[in-house]
Design a binder for this molecule. Structure first.
Ligand SMILES: [Zn+2]
Length: 83
């Protein structure tokens, strides 16, 4: 190997937010990730929503409002004579 052109290659820990730690070697001693092979739905086979910033919750609220509005509108539309 040529001198002074290679980055230092150290023992590294990849730490996931789920608590999983993978030990490997890299140029950084510690790497933090949000998702890994032990918690990603693809590998677990479980349906899990990766919810960032409560977007799923916001969608649910929006959906609920739309559903209620539809229920309100229903008796009105039923009362209308359908040809
Ligand atoms: Zn993980």
């Amino acid at each position: 190997m040529k001198k002074d052109i290679h980055p230092t290659y150290v023992n590294s820990k990849i730490v996931c937010v789920c608590g999983n730690v993978i030990e490997t070697r890299a140029t950084q001693a510690e790497i933090h990730v949000e998702i890994c092979s032990s918690c990603h739905p693809f590998y677990t086979g479980k349906q899990k929503l990766v919810d960032t910033a409560g977007r799923v919750e916001r969608f649910r609220q929006k959906y609920e409002r739309a559903r209620k509005a539809q229920e309100k509108a229903k008796p009105e539309s039923a009362a209308k004579p359908s040809s």
